[in-house]
Design a binder for this molecule. Structure first.
Ligand code: FES
Ligand code: FE2
Length: 349
């Protein structure tokens, strides 16, 4: 059960060109392209004549031509030309989806188009302020397992032994502040007086031990914002809210269902510590990419096992607190959209 009336990330601005791109989003095949006027178009990726994917087609001005028998569609989804035929029937149209660009991200609305208010898009102005590098990939797991993974950072000690983690003990004794919000949850993890992990130490010269923070915000259904960093101990990170002068990075995650068993993972890593050094941004991205490969192995194995034995109960432990608030927020929204009680909402495998 997906939340339909919501903005989901469909890609990055620089992926959208006059060459049509076909993606499955929430089980729906969608074709996206940039018209000659620079605007984006998103249509059902299935020609209404014989079902050919329009993503195999060609863009002319702001329209797309099906490369099977040549029907041409405009951005609203209406057919504007049928070769060799004068009259175009009313039924000659495909569905169109609201699509918007903000902060170098492309957002799509898969639900009722009359409810698609661009003011509801989650802002991420850091793409315009900090140098960053981004990626689009598909993970073979349900989209909620991917957000669960980010919302329970205690996995860092085990999954990311060689990349992000320093000492398992620092993870286990982290102080956690959790604040539920109407749209999800915010939480900060503090790892005070801890050894800087390799990724931090190679980026910034620390004097010794550091105070580390991990701030996360989940915005249902599928957006996670992260601000992570560290300062030398005694520089006021924890007690005075100081954030500048050490290591800091911001990560945007858009996790969009592709199918029940796969998801799009759109993420960017923005460099807040050596901003005039493009190679530092590249290195940061490469390190995060290595870490996410470690997550991917876990997520795919977990998804496969849950598919196999999904009926068996699972338990929650203390570290699930943010994850549980996130699920509750999503279930509230789906229940409201469908007019059903929250306990009848089924969100995942
Ligand atoms: S299938 Fe598209 S024009 Fe025939
Ligand atoms: Fe991870």
């Amino acid at each position: 059960m997906y939340l339909l009336n919501a903005w989901y990330v469909a890609g990055w601005s620089n992926e959208m060109t006059s060459k049509p791109i076909g993606r499955t989003l929430l089980d729906e095949p969608v074709v996206m392209y940039r018209g000659k006027d620079g605007g984006l178009v998103a249509l059902e990726d299935r020609c209404c004549h014989r079902g050919m994917p329009l993503s195999h087609g060609e863009v002319f001005d702001n329209n797309i031509r099906c490369e099977y028998h040549g029907m041409m569609f405009e951005g609203s989804g209406r057919c504007v030309n049928i070769p060799g035929q004068e009259i175009i029937p009313q039924s000659a149209r495909v569905r169109s989806f609201p699509i918007e660009e903000r902060d170098d991200l492309v957002w799509i609305w898969m639900g009722d188009p009359t409810k698609a208010d661009p003011a509801l898009i989650t802002p991420w102005p850091w793409h315009g302020r900090w140098p960053y590098k981004a990626k689009s990939e598909v993970l073979k797991c349900n989209y909620l397992l991917a957000s669960d993974n980010l919302l329970d950072q205690t996995h860092g000690a085990y999954v990311h032994k060689s990349t992000l983690a320093a000492a398992p003990d620092d993870y286990a004794r982290a102080e956690m502040q959790t604040d539920p919000t109407p749209d999800g949850v915010r939480f900060t993890r503090w790892m005070l007086n801890s050894i800087p992990p390799g990724i931090y130490a190679s980026a910034v010269k620390f004097e010794g031990r550091v105070d580390r923070w991990q701030e996360f915000e989940y915005v249902a259904p599928s957006c996670i914002l992260q601000f992570t960093g560290a300062l030398d101990i005694g520089k006021g990170a924890y007690d005075k809210g100081v954030r500048d002068g050490g290591f800091g990075l911001r990560i945007f995650y858009g996790i969009t269902p592709e199918t029940e068993d796969t998801c799009w993972f759109f993420w960017s890593a923005a460099n807040g510590y050596r901003q005039n050094e493009p190679e530092a941004t590249e290195t940061l991205f490469a390190m995060m990419e290595d870490a996410f490969k470690e997550d991917e192995i876990v997520l795919e194995a977990q998804h496969a096992m849950l598919k196999r034995l999904g009926g068996r109960p699972l338990i929650n432990i203390a570290s699930d607190v943010a994850r549980v608030h996130a699920r509750l927020a999503l279930e509230r929204k789906i229940a409201a959209e469908r007019g059903i009680p929250r306990d009848q909402v089924v969100t995942s495998v």
